[in-house]
Design a protein around this ligand. Structure first.
Ligand SMILES: *Cc1c(COP(=O)(O)O)cnc(C)c1O
Length: 341
């Protein structure tokens, strides 16, 4: 009953097998291996973007920070949701790698920005005034940090505001596959067709060992990204092992199957929780992550039954939690957890 995060799951067998298959003989380093060429082909195919640039890193923080550093100058802004991972969970790495670009936090219910709130935040950016930071980029997370999902139309509405101000757009897709499955949209519809310029395409949480792809739709940005990545210490020498994970992940649409299962388990869990007396969800449950609030005393019972998850601060007499399902969550895990109530 591991609901702490989707990163508590093991690697999917097919991903592990791809790594074992790659573990044979010699391969050139630093991305000049045959598997990387295949990964680039697979990513381009998945995103219907024949020119896209693909680079692999081992953490989402590196993917996000290096992507943003390639999009903005130090005196510019990155607009993002108030609770974006880049704002709350990356220890200042985006500011560090951009050489100090300022995160401007946009409010919004359920982890989502609206075009109106984004426009309002942009009004606060003193464009053209030497005393203020200048407009930079927009960063959107999908699945959001609240477990909700933007549709491609919602992404496009946000990027339209950004583009009207000349700002490039980044998508933090640590749970990108879960967002696609939840909305029934394609990778292209969710990204470049909706105005996204660079994607952090997550693998780790959805069945890889540790790999994220940075997908850049404008080839002109490639060289700068490559230099920044190397300078940051994120150019893997034995790149073939990262590439192998991504290859196993993309092969035969495994990434979408794994995410579909994670989301199905999320839906099963959320449905079961509607039967629990006095329980309320903080946010609509749309993918594989939820934030239920229940009566005090429940944590002790669930922990005693062996459940693992992160508790969240809650009002007096209440308790709250974050629950995340993954590709490896079983229906039995969910049902035993529900029975523990
Ligand atoms: C997990 C996660 C990341 C990546 O985090 P790392 O620990 O750096 O791999 C990025 N964005 C979101 C929204 C996440 O949930």
């Amino acid at each position: 009953m591991f609901f702490a995060s989707d990163n508590t799951s093991a690697a999917a067998p097919a991903v592990m097998q791809a790594v074992l298959t790659a573990n044979d003989g010699y391969a050139m380093g630093y991305g000049n291996d045959a598997i990387m060429a295949e990964v680039t082909r697979l990513v381009r195919e998945a995103f219907e973007a024949p020119e896209a640039i693909v680079h692999l890193v081992s953490t989402g923080t590196a993917a996000n920070s290096l992507a943003l550093a390639t999009l903005v100058q130090p005196w510019q802004t990155v607009l993002c949701h108030r609770h974006a991972h880049i704002a709350d969970d990356e220890c200042g790495a985006p500011e560090f790698f951009t050489n100090g670009a300022k995160l401007v936090l946009v409010d919004g219910a359920h982890g989502k920005m609206l075009p109106e709130t984004l426009s309002a935040a942009l009004k606060g950016v003193a464009q053209g005034v030497v005393h203020g930071v200048q407009r930079g980029a927009l960063s959107i997370t999908n699945v959001t940090e609240a477990g909700t999902v933007y549709t491609p139309a919602e992404v496009a509405a946000l990027t339209a505001v950004a583009k009207a101000h000349g700002m490039p757009c980044h998508l933090d897709g640590a749970r990108f596959a879960n967002a696609l499955v939840a909305t029934g949209s394609t990778a292209a519809e969710m990204t470049w067709k909706a105005g996204i310029d660079v994607v952090s395409f997550g693998g780790t949480k959805n069945g890889c060992l540790g790999v994220e792809a940075v997908v850049i739709f404008d080839p002109a940005k490639d060289w700068e990204f490559q230099l920044r990545r190397k300078r940051a210490g994120h150019l893997p020498s034995k790149n073939r092992y990262l590439a192998a994970q991504m290859q196993g992940y993309l092969q035969d649409d495994l990434w979408l199957d794994l995410a579909r299962h994670a989301n199905d388990m999320g839906a099963r869990l959320a449905k079961g929780l509607t039967q629990v007396d006095g329980l309320r969800q903080w946010h609509p449950v749309q993918a594989n992550m939820m934030f239920p609030e229940w009566t005090a005393g429940t944590h002790a019972r669930l922990k005693a039954a062996g459940a693992v998850y992160y508790p969240f601060p809650a009002p007096q007499g209440r308790e709250a939690a974050r629950l995340v399902t993954s590709w490896s969550t079983t229906a039995d895990d969910v049902d035993r957890f529900l029975a523990a109530f």
